[in-house]
Structures are given as C-alpha cells and as structure tokens.
Design a protein around this ligand. Structure first.
Ligand SMILES: [Zn+2]
Length: 397
C-alpha cells in the first residue's frame, strides 16, 4: 500500500490513498473535530472511486474530446481539491476566512466574470474566489471551463449578454489590448456604461488554453503597468501579493506577475478613476473597489500561510498559525478539565480502520485504477533517470 503523498492531489500520478492521520489534521483542529477518521476515509474512497470511474470513460479511445474534458471538469466542480473545504474561500474549514472579507459592490454598470480553469477550482491559493466574495454574487460569477451550464453562461457573455442584459464585454489580457479607461469609454458608447470584465483564472501554463478559447471578436483589455502599480517608481517589477503563498519556479519577471484578483482590482481602478480623484464631490469608486479587493487578497494570503503553518506574509490580523491555534485550544480544554485529542475514532489506529474499509472483504473496496500501468511506467522512468544522474555526479572529480 502506498503512502498518501498529498491529500487532494488528483492528477494521474497520485499514489493510491493510505491512512495518514497527518492529513486528517489538515482540515480540522483537535478542539473542533469535524469528522471521524472513519468518515474521512469513507469519503476519500468515495471520491477516489468516482475519479477512477470517470477516468475509465476518459481513456476510452472513442470518447469524444469535448466529453472527456466535461467529465473531468464536472469532477473538479463536485470535489474541488480537498475532501473538506470551504466552497467560497477554498480554504480548510479551520482556516475559512469568508467572514473576514470586506464586501464592496462594484462600480455601477460593471459585472465581473471569473472564467476558471477546472483545476484551479478549490485551490487554496486561488484569488478568483476573492473577487466573488468581495463584489457579491449579484455582480460577479465564477464559471468553470467544461461544465455544461457554465459553458452556456460564458457563451452568452461572449455574445455580449449578462443576466439577459446587453453589455460590452472585455477580457483581461496580458498586453496588446485597449487600456481599461478606453474599454470604459467603449462601454459608455455601446451599452450605456454596462460592461462585463472577464478575467481568466488559471496558472500560466493553463491560461494559454483558456485564452485560446476566447472568441476573437471579444475586446482585449490590458492594464497600463505604470498606472496599475505593477511597476514601481524605480521601474522595478512589484511582487504579486500572492507570491509568498505560491511557489513560483520561474524568473523574477514571472514572480512579479500579478494574480487574478490583483489584475481585476487594478483594471477597475483605471476604468473608474474619478477625474478629480480624492475630491470630496466625486468619490473615487475605482480606488475604493481596488483597495477592498487588495485588502481581501492580503488577508487570504495570510490565511493560506496559517493553513500551511507559516507566519503571516502581509501582517494582517486574520490568521493564527495552526500549531499556535492548537496549543491555545489545548490549554483551554485542559484547563476546563477536558481531554484534548483528535476527535472520536482515534482510539483505533487509523491503519486498522483503513484496512477494515478497503482490505480483503472490506465493505468499501477501491475500484481498479485505470492509470495504474501508466503510473508504474512513469515511476520506473523517473527512478532510472535519478539513478543515471546519481552515477553522472559520482563520475565528476
Ligand atoms: Zn470560507
């Protein structure tokens, strides 16, 4: 039996699940046990079997490509990344920060659509969800690529309609598009100021696929780097607020790339900058919306740090690292004469519970893994490559 490498990993190279009490600690705190070990494993098996059933259809050569993508998109919509997570802020229940988000309706006439890559949905570091929490469901939609009803809505958006009303549509694009204030002027003329700003929400690798699916007639909107504050006064690239939470492998220029919520925040600030910004007669709604979004991104990033047991990156007071939270709770519970442990179910070793569920004659069998053979091959290739490198290194003087 393999080890549970990372809870929530859903790629084809995932190891088969196995009991790991550490993974359990990820989504609850001992003071507030969310589920028992057994419930957790049952749900894990349910998800794993759902994935394997879908994959069996996906790898059939006669399954049309569109159907393949829909099957997996619906899987991501159903399960997200983790077994237990907040569907609004994408963080573990013990780290949910929805209640901390400052909500501000967008400037009048504006709607925001977050067109999300299916693998981005439920990711702790996602910031598209921050836009929905800040702007509100009436004004903002999160749509997953490949999910039937979401595809219908995005199709309507591309055709210039949102909730049945005509609007000018623009998609945020990294360079080469019209400026945000120009986009606002176009919307004023074409649709009386009603505008839909679409943000592609994906990692840089995945974003290309989404970008390729945007119809060519849709107006591309690009930030003005100097106005957006993504270029510092000395001409240097300013680091994204999300950088401390995401592990970028790329160059400094890549780490400077701002996240989805930041891009929308800066675009709105440019679109709705008051002519006499700061003047009492004319409040700068663009700047107000931008500041609320950025404040929420800072808080969420700090929450992500707390979830992975790191100190807050932006110094907000939203979060407390998990181990600090646990030791504080433990003191409280023990002071009251209680016992502090990981909830019911831990009296039996997790391995025993797992074996009872999936072992021979177990009641919740795991279905055969359609990718087992491929995974084995990948592992062998990796092992051979590691061995080759090791020998190469030992040859060096
Ligand atoms: Zn939440």
């Amino acid at each position: 039996m393999g080890s549970l490498s990372r809870e929530g990993a859903t790629d084809g190279d995932e190891m088969p699940p196995a009991p790991d009490p550490v993974a359990l600690k990820m989504f609850t705190s001992p003071g507030k046990p969310l589920v028992t070990v057994e419930e957790y494993f049952r749900k894990y098996i349910e998800r794993e079997n759902d994935r394997r059933r879908r994959q069996r259809t996906v790898i059939q050569p006669d399954t049309p490509a569109a159907r393949r993508s829909a099957i997996m998109s619906e899987y991501f919509l159903k399960w997200g990344k983790l077994l237990y997570w907040c569907r609004r802020c994408y963080l573990l229940p013990a780290c949910c920060c929805c209640a901390r988000m400052r909500s501000v309706p967008p400037p009048p006439g504006l709607r925001v659509v977050v067109w999300m890559h299916e693998r981005e949905y439920g990711r702790g570091t996602n910031t598209g969800c921050v836009l929905l929490l800040t702007l509100g469901e009436e004004y903002c939609r999160v749509l997953l690529r490949g999910v039937g009803e979401h595809d219908e809505v995005i199709e309507e958006v591309w055709n210039g309609r949102f909730d049945g009303e005509a609007a000018t549509v623009g998609v945020l694009w990294p360079g080469g598009g019209v400026s945000p204030d120009e986009f606002k002027r176009i919307a004023d003329v074409r649709s009386g100021g009603r505008a839909v700003l679409v943000a592609l929400d994906a990692t840089w690798g995945q974003a290309r696929k989404l970008a390729g699916a945007v119809p060519s007639h849709v107006t591309k909107v690009s930030l003005t780097p100097e106005k957006a504050g993504v270029i510092g006064e000395g001409g240097e690239v300013v680091r994204s607020l999300l950088a401390p939470a995401r592990q970028y492998k790329g160059s400094l220029a890549d780490t400077g790339r701002i996240c989805t919520a930041e891009a929308v925040a800066y675009a709105l600030a440019e679109m709705y900058a008051a002519p006499d910004a700061g003047g009492a007669c004319c409040p700068d709604v663009g700047a107000t919306t931008r500041d609320a979004i950025l404040e929420n991104v800072r808080g969420k990033v700090d929450m992500v740090c707390a979830q992975s047991n790191r100190a807050a990156a932006h110094g907000t007071d939203w979060a407390e690292p998990r181990n600090q939270q646990w030791s504080r709770e433990a003191k409280q519970v023990r002071a009251a004469g209680g016992e502090y442990s990981f909830g019911p179910g831990t009296d039996r070793p997790p391995e025993e519970i797992w074996e009872a569920l999936v072992g021979p004659g177990g009641e919740c069998q795991l279905e055969a893994d359609p990718y087992a053979e491929k995974r084995m091959k990948v592992r062998e290739t990796n092992r051979a490559e590691a061995e080759r490198r090791k020998q190469e290194r030992s040859k060096r003087p």
